[in-house]
Ligand binder design. Structure first.
Ligand SMILES: *Cc1c(COP(=O)(O)O)cnc(C)c1O
Length: 448
């Protein structure tokens, strides 16, 4: 079997996510035969460095021996059982461990099977909490411009990336959208912290005017990933926590992308020393192995649902594969690696190396900014470096980088014109150098 034969069969029967299928008439999908560490290998024997962790899910490499073994042991024991009326060891252990590791004050774990589902749950829980507490007017959510929280209808509604949202706008809840603290948009000479402080005035105004109709504020802590890896100062999170307390509105932290060490700390919220009312986890939670997500909540939230059955206060949300034992076993093995290998310390050295390897790109005439938060480095291309005028989106410059990099054996998948690195934590300094070199060549090629 070759790339070509699989691609041909694929194109007769599959419809791929996030893809204009017409594009595949010229560039067929790449059939992957196996993965090992940061490397993916296709059916023609070509290898690709997975610089984006297969959509930000993989933490410790493909075919990680420790996670493989743990999933194998669980597979021999129990593949799945419903989590309503029943429980199992992997879910109990995982809940104990997540709650011990998460910011203080979170005491319950509710599971689902995708990040979007976790966001749906967070929105419904917050709304339902206020219903159960008799605050029936609270039906709105506050979100940030340029945010992304998934693509099911509820999650899409509280996002703000037009590419995904615009078409479906007539179907969606209407959130209250507040300007993002995105530091790329700071005034010349301002620091990220100053910019975040200034932008917070808009949030404060929205809360002071609309708190009585608002269930929750939902944000991605520190990095708006799908929005182009835009980053902001942690002071915004501290201010937001204080304001949500003051106005008695829930704070939902969507750490689906930034959780599990991506920003340098295990959870991004730690960098502001805050605890959200609901913490959404997904992606890296299972080490990138199996679909699993969770909402962690505190006791006040939990108790609002705890009553005699006839009071009709229970949270009746469910998914068939909620808390799947194989996925929980992969998650437990992932947490074992964090515990045993001092991952965050090792990542600090890798992050420093990534920063150094990408630094020279800042001098490129069509790179407007190189920015970094822990294990995420983003390189923003622009038509005009000084004014930051973007390239017309129709030119698809990022796609040119993607295709160029694939030829060189590196999987980069720019978000628009933002090239970024978000590799598995098992990457070596030499592999980082390769990734940066190929990105640089790709950017030179794409901006010619
Ligand atoms: C990816 C992502 C989601 C959605 O997760 P899925 O598993 O793709 O549904 C939600 N929020 C953020 C911040 C994400 O990056």
């Amino acid at each position: 079997m070759t790339n070509r034969s699989w691609a041909e069969r694929d194109l007769r029967v599959l419809w791929h996510p996030c893809t204009q299928m017409r594009d595949h008439a010229d560039f067929p999908p790449i059939p992957i035969r196996r993965g090992q560490g940061v490397w993916l290998e296709d059916f023609d024997g070509r290898r690709y460095l997975d610089a984006i962790s297969s959509w930000w899910v993989n933490l410790f490499g493909h075919a990680n021996p420790r996670i493989n073994a743990a999933v194998g042991v669980q597979l021999a024991q129990l593949e799945h059982v419903l989590l309503a009326g029943f429980t199992h060891e992997p879910a109990v252990r995982l809940s104990e461990r997540l709650l011990a590791l998460a910011p203080p004050g979170l005491t319950r774990a509710f599971y689902a099977d995708s990040g979007s589902a976790a966001v749906e749950i967070a929105l419904k829980m917050s709304f339902h909490y206020w219903q159960n507490r008799g605050r029936k007017n609270r039906t709105r959510f506050i979100c940030l411009s340029n945010s992304y929280h998934g693509e099911t209808l509820g999650a899409l509604a509280v996002g703000d990336v037009a590419l995904y949202k615009q078409t479906y706008a007539p179907l969606l809840l209407k959130p209250i959208t507040v300007g993002s603290p995105d530091c790329y948009r700071r005034a010349p000479g301002a620091s990220c912290a100053e910019h975040a402080g200034r932008m917070f005035a808009e949030m404060e105004a929205a809360l002071s005017r609309r708190a009585e109709e608002t269930c929750a504020v939902i944000i991605e802590p520190l990095v708006q990933c799908a929005g182009g890896m835009r980053m902001y100062d942690p002071v915004y999170l501290s201010l937001l926590r204080a304001a949500c307390d003051k106005y008695q509105v829930h704070l939902i932290a969507d750490e689906i992308a930034v959780g599990f060490g991506r920003t340098g700390t295990l959870f991004a919220c730690e960098q502001a020393g805050i605890t959200p009312d609901i913490l959404c986890l997904g992606k890296g939670l299972s080490g990138g192995y199996l679909p699993l997500s969770a909402c962690l909540v505190g006791d006040d939230l939990y108790q609002a649902f705890y009553a005699d059955y006839t009071a009709q206060k229970a949270f009746l949300h469910s998914h068939s594969y909620t808390g799947n034992p194989l996925a929980c076993a992969a998650a437990n093995a992932t947490l074992d690696i964090f515990r045993d290998d001092d991952v965050l310390t090792r990542n600090r050295a890798l992050a420093a190396h990534m920063g150094k390897a990408a630094a020279s790109l800042a001098d490129h005439p069509h790179v407007a900014e190189v920015r970094q938060q822990g294990m995420i480095v983003a390189i923003e291309m622009a038509k005009n470096k000084a004014t930051r005028e973007p390239y017309p989106w129709q030119e698809r410059r990022g796609l040119r980088v993607h295709r160029h990099a694939l030829e060189q054996g590196v999987l980069l998948r720019p978000l628009g014109d933002v090239v970024y690195f978000m590799p598995p934590y098992v990457i070596t300094p030499e592999e980082i150098d390769l990734m940066a070199r190929v990105a640089e060549q790709g950017i030179i090629h794409a901006t010619k």
